[in-house]
Design a binder for this molecule. Structure first.
Ligand code: NAD
Length: 402
């Protein structure tokens, strides 16, 4: 499908109406037509009169297979640019997505994106070790930033991204697509509102078999193995089910059955997180088996998502029966929500602080596995939205209702 063509002259009221934006104004007490974008004072990421343009940085599997197609479904932002180190991809993407040559960058001329008014949001989809550098360069160019998960390969870099975005007055979000997925929102609601009583335990697993050498198996580039890549979803799931963040972790590495592949990162790891109220969540992640579940036991019931973390076909069940909820385009909703945060200053759900929290937790998980001892986790003063805000923001997307 061709990229949406919207003239800059498009009557603003008409296009907001077409986008379903009118009518959501006031949800958060902010009129969309009187929008004040915090970052517009930077003078570059100014979306006052147009739908925000997104540039994808790194045209690998996720950008190609999920994000670019999702950007054909978004209502509040559109694909306007690309950044790639592979010249052969330029022409293909320009043709497929109607991207003009002036919006195509490589890693050397990337910083000149500062002058490009078609690009408001820069979405970093590179290997993990490159997230910090490119997020910071994007922020310095005055562009809003979406950084893929895991936010970085270490806590220090995550703090540096947050600082750069604050210093340059641009918005930041992490590519946590499941905050816009109905089954996960239901799990969040059941847990945080204690509809079936207090949550006693969440058991979460995400694994798949990885047989090929790639940057994902290189500690320098990935920061770690399956924990950083997919185990992070189990941490996310447990935290937003509980609405609390862990205070302690115990962890064990699994057996290495393929030493030729796993000489740099773990093959498998299991861990238990302990929460302030004394309850726990148990986690397993691996590149050598298959798992995809998020199961919670509460005082008066249970619920389970299985498969839980896929791009589609998520399925959920509770003590009282199947969750009757739609599958949605998670990435389109995620990017639309970020665009709305720019257009109408709605709150960001997957905040930079949330990405930082997960980096702090994952560093503690590795420390616990390396030492064989419990490690305490210090998480204070972080901006991490709860269920009520998730409900409001998701409703404002004007997508299939929850
Ligand atoms: P990929 O290997 O398919 O793509 C990586 C891209 O980075 C490629 O285009 C590659 O050319 C480019 N690149 C630039 N410099 C590179 C270098 N020095 N070494 C290797 N590649 C280099 O990876 P992917 O699966 O697209 O993942 C990219 C990011 O997106 C990762 O951070 C990953 O965790 C994240 N991701 C998120 C989701 C999600 O559901 N949110 C899903 C998949 C991937």
């Amino acid at each position: 499908m061709q990229n949406k063509k919207l003239s800059k002259d498009t009557d603003r009221r008409t296009f907001l109406k077409n986008l379903g934006l009118i009518g959501t104004a006031g949800f958060f007490g902010t009129g969309i037509l009187n929008t004040a974008c915090g970052a517009s004072s930077a003078g570059k990421a100014d979306n006052k009169n147009k739908i925000p343009g997104v540039a994808l940085v790194g045209l690998g599997g996720y950008a190609t297979g999920q994000l670019a197609p999702a950007l054909q479904e978004t209502r509040h932002c559109r694909l306007t640019g690309i950044v790639t180190g592979t010249p052969a991809k330029e022409g293909q993407w320009m043709e497929k997505y109607n991207i003009p040559k002036k919006n195509v960058y490589n890693y050397d001329n990337f910083d000149s994106i500062v002058n490009n008014k078609d690009i408001d949001i820069i979405y970093i989809v590179l290997p993990n070790s490159m997230h910090a550098e490119y997020s910071i360069r994007a922020a310095k160019a005055g562009k809003h930033v979406i950084c893929e998960k895991p936010m970085t390969t270490n806590v220090e870099d995550a703090r540096a991204i947050i600082k750069a975005c604050n210093d340059n007055n641009v918005k930041l979000s992490v590519g946590y697509r499941l905050h816009f997925e109905p089954h996960h929102l239901r799990a969040m609601e059941l847990g945080q509102t204690e509809k079936m009583g207090k949550v006693l335990n969440t058991d979460a697993g995400f694994s798949f078999v990885l047989n090929n050498k790639s940057w994902r198996l290189d500690k320098e580039m990935a920061g770690g193995g399956p924990l950083m890549d997919i185990g992070i979803y189990t941490i996310q799931g447990a935290c937003y089910t509980k609405g609390q963040w862990p205070v302690e972790v115990e962890a064990q590495y699994g057996e290495v059955t393929k030493p030729e592949l796993f000489d740099s990162v773990e093959q498998s790891i299991s861990f238990t997180l302990k929460y302030p109220d004394g309850t726990t969540s148990t986690h397993h992640t691996s590149y050598a088996d298959n798992a995809n579940y998020l199961k919670t036991t509460a005082e008066n019931g249970w619920w389970e998502l299985n498969p839980a973390y896929s791009y589609s076909h998520i399925s959920g069940e509770t003590l009282t029966g199947p969750m009757d909820l739609p599958n949605v385009n998670q990435q389109a909703r995620q990017m639309d929500a970020f665009a709305l945060s720019i257009i109408s200053d709605t709150p960001i759900l997957a905040t930079g602080d949330m990405g930082l929290r997960d980096m702090i937790i994952m560093e503690a998980v590795y420390q616990a596995a390396n030492t064989g001892k419990p490690v305490s986790i210090e998480l204070k003063g972080l901006d991490i939205p709860g269920f009520e805000l998730h409900k409001k923001v998701n409703k404002s997307l004007n997508r299939p209702q929850l």
